[in-house]
Design a protein around this ligand. Structure first.
Ligand code: XMP
Length: 332
């Protein structure tokens, strides 16, 4: 696509001018499309003077951290630091039931960890050819985020505090960093196009979005390590089957959530109590409205059987067919 490769060249040039010969840039990555495309663009512009940081918050998908590390560091050559903060997040989440409190906790903990890591990076680089203060912060903000954050105080925008916009407000003054937002004029499909122009593999470019607070908002009520493990395994089966059936790119977002109510079941000849898994898959163009995806009955039966048989602690699986509105895409 000519337009996107022209945009790419122009942005790389703009970043180089902005950052200068020696300037350094810090950025958080999640493995999602936006932060990956922004990071790759940065890498093309200034190489290892761009520092990407991935924080494992303990509520990522199954094997996600390792996968992102491979993709970004090995395959895309991005200068990446991974911080395992999973225990700190899981400890702090213990006892919190309210969805917004979970979001706020995860957002502010993220900032603490990120700040500490930024200091470490600066200290470690002090004796190298990359010595000097990090002055810039990369943010993968898209055009719809810009619009939404402009109306952030409005009644509809306060329904949920979106991590992307909300988390960056305090991080900038605290670190005294200038913001670089190379994607802020683009829509999602344009970001994907830019990703292709940058040579990012199709499977990464087409990934479904994943919320910053991760599986924490896909477990209704209190988050415990046991519930995270169950939700993660169920989600992994669901997504693998979706891929296997060739449906991944027809769906905008899909995941498994955990309802902590326990239902009765019979396994072997024993009566058991287990959690309920709620599967959700939607199609949407703008994520403001969405329809549930129409799976075939055999597909849903196959996923259900696999989850019941393979994920210990689950004894019912349901499929949520609520549209948005009135439902939201996430369960919390
Ligand atoms: P809802 O549930 O509001 O979700 O219909 C719309 C889109 O936003 C994502 N989402 C979030 N993303 N932090 C994020 O980074 C959040 O707290 C958050 N809550 C929802 C959701 O996954 C969907 O793509």
């Amino acid at each position: 696509n000519w337009t996107m490769s022209a945009f790419m060249d122009q942005e790389i040039e703009r970043i180089r001018n902005l950052v200068g010969e020696k300037g350094q840039v810090l950025g958080a990555v999640s493995g999602g499309v936006d932060s990956t495309v922004a990071a790759k663009l940065m890498k093309e512009a200034i190489g290892s003077r761009f520092w990407a940081v991935l924080v494992d918050n303990g509520v990522m998908r199954l094997n996600e951290c390792e996968q992102v590390q491979k993709d970004l560091s090995e395959h895309l050559g991005i200068n990446l630091t991974v911080v395992d903060a999973s225990q700190q997040f899981l400890d702090g989440l213990s006892g919190i039931e309210d969805p917004e409190k979970k979001r706020k906790f995860i957002g502010s903990k993220f900032i603490d960890i990120f700040e500490a890591e930024a200091k470490k990076i600066e200290e470690a680089a002090a004796d190298s050819d990359r010595a000097g203060k990090i002055e810039f912060f990369l943010q993968g903000t898209l055009y719809p985020d810009v619009i939404e954050s402009l109306s952030f105080k409005g009644p509809s925008a306060t329904i949920k505090t979106h991590h992307n916009v909300y988390a960056t407000l305090p991080i900038i003054p605290a670190l005294c960093l200038c913001l670089i937002e190379p994607l802020r004029s683009l829509y999602k499909d344009e970001v994907r196009e830019l990703g292709r122009a940058l040579g990012i593999p199709e499977q990464l470019v087409m990934r479904h979005p994943f919320p910053g607070p991760g599986i924490a908002v896909r477990i209704l009520g209190e988050v415990t390590p046991e519930k995270v493990e169950i939700a993660r395994r169920a989600d992994h089966i669901f997504i693998s089957e979706i891929r296997e059936a060739g449906l991944y790119n027809q769906i905008s977002q899909a995941f498994a959530a955990l309802d902590p109510s326990r239902a009765v079941g019979v396994m072997g000849d024993k009566r058991v109590y287990g959690y309920m898994i709620i599967l959700r898959a939607v199609t949407t163009t703008d994520f403001m409205t969405a329809e549930s995806f129409e799976f075939s009955w055999p597909f849903l039966q196959r996923v259900t059987n696999r989850i019941i048989n393979e994920v210990h602690g689950v004894c019912r699986v349901t499929y949520d067919i609520t549209s948005k509105p009135p439902g939201t895409i996430e369960l919390e």
